[in-house]
Design a protein around this ligand. Structure first.
Ligand SMILES: [Zn+2]
Length: 163
């Protein structure tokens, strides 16, 4: 009887410990960023991307204005990173900027990162995919309400999926 009780108590103790560690693991994973970063070599990216995608996403190039496939896209849906499928922008925040590039006033939370870009003799803010570090475009402060921001993004860095 005593032995049974001991096994029973040990069982409870074990279960509660197991639950605790599971809980700790959950709490830990909540602290981490939503998505794991994707790190690939230049060679790997070259294999996966088109030459134009590679030039823009990995070499920080810019597609020519009024040539991209999305600057005139008015369909409802989500714009994902063309390299890693990370959701970046929704059609709800897209607006006509007249710049010749798809423009948004707000990104999907957690989708992008920014960095100061001092190339071309200008101080600009570069926009990168938060998941794969791919170059998307730049953000300027001449956008519409409610944010006043204009995320100027290369179509070739995006993959649009209808909602
Ligand atoms: Zn990406």
């Amino acid at each position: 009887m005593r032995k049974t009780l001991a096994v029973f108590l040990f069982g409870i103790l074990f279960l509660s410990c197991a639950n605790k560690s599971e809980f700790a693991q959950n709490a830990k994973s909540k602290d981490k960023p939503m998505k794991d970063k994707i790190m690939k070599s230049d060679e790997e990216w070259k294999k996966e991307l088109t030459p134009e995608q590679y030039r823009v996403l990995r070499e920080k190039g810019t597609e020519r204005a009024f040539t991209g496939k999305y600057y005139q896209n008015h369909e409802d849906g989500i714009y994902y990173c063309a390299a890693c499928d990370n959701p970046l922008f929704t059609s709800k925040t897209k607006f006509e900027s007249g710049s010749g590039w798809p423009s948004f006033y707000e990104p999907i939370p957690g989708g992008i990162e920014s960095e100061t870009d001092n190339s071309l003799g200008m101080a600009r803010t570069e926009i990168l995919c938060a998941r794969c570090g791919g170059h998307l475009g730049h953000v300027f402060d001449d956008g519409p309400k409610p944010t006043g921001l204009r995320y100027c993004i290369n179509s070739v860095s995006l993959d649009f999926k209808k909602e």
